[in-house]
Each structure stands twice: as C-alpha cells, then as structure tokens.
Design a protein around this ligand. Structure first.
Ligand code: FAD
Ligand code: SF4
Ligand code: SF4
Length: 471
C-alpha cells in the first residue's frame, strides 16, 4: 500500500475559470490527472467497518476501488466499480455525494471527506480513454424475455442487471435518444452527453436492445408487451411532468417549465449556432426553485446570452436542496440568489410577454412535516424583479399515460406508482417499477438502486414461475 496522505483537505480538481465557463457549454469540472487521483486515493484510511459503503445506494466497494487507484491499478478499480454500477462516469459527476458516500466518510470527521465521487469519475474516464479491452461479451442466454419501459438511469440499470443474468432485454424509450434526464435534463457542462453515450454503448455491448421513439401506453400498451412474449416488465418512466405555481401570469409568453427549457437546450441543442430549435434570447431571467433543476436552468440561461439571472427560492441558502457544488458553481458564475423570496404574480406587457416577476419576502417559521422550517410571508414586503423570462423549477410528477392505459396499476395521490417490498413489485402481476416514477423526482443513484433491486426481484419472479425449469 502506498504511503497514506494525511492532508485534511481533499485534492483540488481543476475547473474552467468562472468568467470563461459562464459563456460556454464545455464541462466545468475537468477531472483529476492520474497523479492527483493517486494522491487523493492515498487519503482513504481503508476503514475496516467501511461506513461509506452502506451510504451508497448501490453499495460500491468504495475502499476496494480506492485502494486500486492508490496502487495505480486503474483497470482493477474499474472492475470493482462495474460490479456494482453501470454508470460510474455519470454517478461520479452528479451524485449528491455529500449526503451519501462522502457524508459518512471517516475523514470527514476532522477535515474533508475523501473525494469518492471524483475518484469514481476519474476511474470511469480513465477506462473510457485507455481501455483496450473488447466490450463485454453477451452473457449465456436463459431463453426468457424482459421489457423495460424508459431508458433513464433506473431502466438502464435494471436492463444491464437482467442482461448479466442471461435475460433477453428490450428497453422501450419514448424519446429519440436513451438516457432519460441524463440527456434531456442535465446540461452538457455538467455531464457531457458523450460520457452518457459511452456508458449506454457498454450496455448495448452486453446485449441490451434499446428501441427509441416507442411511447408505451401509446404505440404499445403494457398488456400488449406481455402478449409479445415479455414475461416481466419494469417501469422506469421517471417523473417528467412539470409542476406549476398556479399564480396569475403563468401562461404569459416567456414562462417556461424548467423541463421544457432544458430539453430545448440539451436534447434539442438550442445552444448550438446551427440549431433550428427555437429558444428565447432572454436578457433578464428569474428561475423559481432551489434544486439541481433550478441551478441547471439558471446556468443554461446565463450561457445563452442572459445579462442577469436570479434564483428565486422561498427558503434560505442553508435549505437549498441542490448539490453544494452546483450552488457554489452557480454563485461563482454570477447567478444572483434571491432567497427567502416567493413569486406571487408574473407580470406581462400589452403583447402578452413577460415583463416582471412580483414576489414577497419570506421568513422561516416552525419546522413543517418535512422537518424543514416553514416559509412564512413577511407582510408588506412585495418587490418586483425586472425580468423577461421566468423558468419554473419547483418539481415534477410522473406522467399519467401509463397508469391511464394499464388497468389495475395502483398509484398514490401524487400519481406515483405504488410498489410493495424492496424489489418494486406493483399491483399488477409481473410488472415492477422503480426510480422517479415511484418516488417522485429524486436522484440518479436512487433510481439506479431501484433498477438493480427490481432486476433481482424480476429474476426471482421468473424463477418461481418456472420452478420446474433450470434457468
Ligand atoms: P428518468 O431519468 O426521468 O428516465 C425516464 C425515461 O422514461 C425517460 O427517458 C422518458 O422519456 C422515458 N419514458 C417516460 N414515459 C415513457 C413511456 N410511456 N414509454 C417509454 N418511455 C417513457 N439527480 C442527481 O442525482 N444529481 C443531479 O445532479 C441531478 N440533476 C438533475 C437535473 C435535472 C435538470 C433534472 C430534471 C433531474 C436531476 N436529477 C439529478 C434527478 C435525476 O436525474 C432523476 O432522479 C433520475 O434521472 C431518475 O431516473 P429515472 O430512470 O427514474 O427517470
Ligand atoms: Fe458515492 Fe454515488 Fe459513487 Fe455510490 S455511486 S459511491 S453514492 S458517488
Ligand atoms: Fe475510506 Fe472514508 Fe470509506 Fe473510510 S469511510 S474507507 S476513509 S472512503
């Protein structure tokens, strides 16, 4: 084992300068060099009780892969990662690590936790750039067919796990491209699409078939999939239906849902000079919300010619739900945070275009059911932001199409699919579900964890159903 690095601070990761990056869509964080990765890996104490591992929803052997990095055995590290995750380059970039693996890292008790996500990203990138190994061969087929609805992180993970067990898996994706939020939501400067594509190519090399432009519930129903010979079905259709505030003026021209705005920018490449996708040339933009989606929309707006971009959030800086790194990056790039502020009306001009956002100031009262302090309106505190665009990023819900077209599929009052037990069994026999379609908008790694447990449950279901046969 190389000599331990007892530096209390983690090894810095190079990034583009804020004043340069806020006008381009290239990746902000540039990743570790081999030397930096080995230096950071040497900070890991290789704790016997490994508190970081159970904090990772897919239970990566964190000290195991980090030990390989410290020794310079990057392919060995990659093998350990890929035993637990199909998307390490993605998770290394976008996981809310501070609340997961890094949140329980022992080094975090007296300094900064080990940069687990940065190391994961390094290993996955290293493998992509250096590996000469042929893509994984197909696994021994067991003769059973499975269908997956949605090619987001939950569906792709479920598909990969099933393929490893020998199932013939087809993923049906509504959009023209696989990846889910990873391609239509999270911007290029945070997660380059080539990185996502390469991880999807890895799944295809494992034998997973991906059919795009296939809206299940419209082109084919869930019941028709069974008729087509699929023996079990996983629904990973996400939560892509935007919520609005229901305040006056929300239907004015210049009001977008963050999903629409980000889809135009990311999937339809509106930022490219030769793109035919229309997008408003906004000068002054207010983004309502405080999560990752709000940060992404605000940072895209800044890169698309805006002079001023505000985040309008009804709680304080401490309560912002976005990843810390995204908030820091947004601040460095010049986004203005109007926290403890809540919109009450979008103002329009005579032509029906947005000309302002009327807001009230808030204070924080007693904790609500979520444990967070409830925002309370400050009397007489109204103010108006002079903006020409308002982007609403206050959450999303699952699209109702599948529940409307699948008899007997139980949903809760928020429209989320109801599941029973860890494996995502739904109220319909042979139908499993996971990810945002079940939890409502959450995180990539939780969606992946759900896809992985569902794959195990689907395998068990098929085995029990075919008891007499040897799978
Ligand atoms: P999705 O990624 O939504 O994928 C669902 C897929 O199903 C989509 O491709 C959709 O087109 C397809 N689909 C839907 N209906 C049908 C149908 N009827 N037939 C066929 N296909 C269908 N999480 C993090 O951990 N870190 C972050 O930094 C982060 N940033 C985010 C930024 C943005 C802008 C957004 C929107 C989300 C972000 N998230 C982040 C959340 C994370 O991306 C989601 O929790 C995760 O993608 C959920 O995965 P999923 O597979 O459940 O659904
Ligand atoms: Fe941490 Fe996410 Fe990687 Fe798990 S997948 S080790 S939670 S960064
Ligand atoms: Fe290493 Fe931190 Fe995990 Fe300990 S808790 S094994 S120091 S990453």
């Amino acid at each position: 084992m190389p000599q331990r690095n007892m530096n209390s601070r983690r090894t810095e990761m190079p990034a583009q300068e804020p004043t340069v990056r806020n006008r381009n869509f290239n990746e902000v964080a540039l990743g570790y060099t081999t030397e930096m990765a080995m230096e950071e890996a040497a900070r890991c104490l290789q704790c016997k009780h490994k508190p970081c591992v159970p904090s990772c929803p897919v239970a990566i052997d964190i000290p195991g892969f980090i030990a390989r990095v410290a020794e310079g055995d990057m392919e060995g590290a990659y093998e350990i990662l890929s035993a637990s995750t199909a998307l390490p380059a993605v998770c290394g970039r976008v996981c809310p690590q501070e609340n997961q693996c890094e949140g329980t890292c022992v080094r975090g008790l007296k300094g900064e936790s080990v940069g687990i996500g940065r190391l994961e990203r390094f290993v996955a990138d290293y493998h992509r750039e250096h590996s000469k190994k042929a893509p994984a061969a197909s696994f021994v087929p067991n003769g059973h067919k499975m269908a997956v609805i949605g090619a987001g992180p939950s569906g792709l993970t479920c598909a990969g796990e099933l393929a490893k067990m020998g199932y013939q898996v087809t993923v049906f994706e509504a959009l023209h491209m696989a990846g889910g939020v990873l391609v239509y939501g999270i911007p290029e400067f945070r997660l380059p699409k080539s990185v996502v594509q390469s991880e999807i190519d890895g799944l295809k090399a494992m034998g997973v078939e991906i059919v795009t432009n296939a809206v299940i519930g419209k082109s084919i129903t869930v019941d028709e999939l069974f008729d087509m010979g699929y023996e079990a079905i996983f629904i990973g259709s996400g939560a892509g239906l935007p919520n609005f505030m229901k305040i006056p003026g929300e239907s004015l021209k210049g009001v977008y849902s963050a999903n629409e705005y980000l889809t135009r920018v990311n999937l339809m490449k509106a930022y490219k000079p030769d793109s035919t996708t229309p997008i408003q040339k906004s000068r002054r933009v207010a983004v309502v919300g405080g999560g990752n989606v709000a940060m992404d929309a605000a940072r895209c707006a800044l890169r698309l010619w805006a002079d001023s971009v505000y985040i309008v959030y009804r709680r304080g800086m401490e309560e912002l739900p976005a990843r810390h790194e995204e908030v820091e990056h947004a601040q460095e790039e010049g986004i203005v945070f109007k926290t403890l502020s809540n919109p009450v009306e979008v103002l329009g001009d005579e032509q029906g275009w947005v000309k302002g956002l009327r807001c009230v100031e808030m204070t924080l009262g007693e904790p609500d059911a979520s444990g967070r302090r409830r925002p309370v309106v400050k009397e007489g505190s109204e103010f108006t932001l002079d903006v020409d665009t308002v982007i609403i990023a206050i959450g999303t819900s699952p699209n109702p199409l599948l529940r409307h077209t699948t008899p007997g599929l139980e949903v809760d009052r928020h429209g989320c699919l109801v599941t029973y037990g860890e494996g995502g069994r739904t109220s319909r026999e042979g139908v499993f579900a996971g990810g945002d379609a079940v939890t409502g908008a959450a995180t990539v790694i939780l969606a992946m964890g759900a896809g992985k447990s569902a794959a195990a449950a689907m395998d068990k279901y098929i085995r029990e159903k075919n008891k007499e046969q040897d799978l």
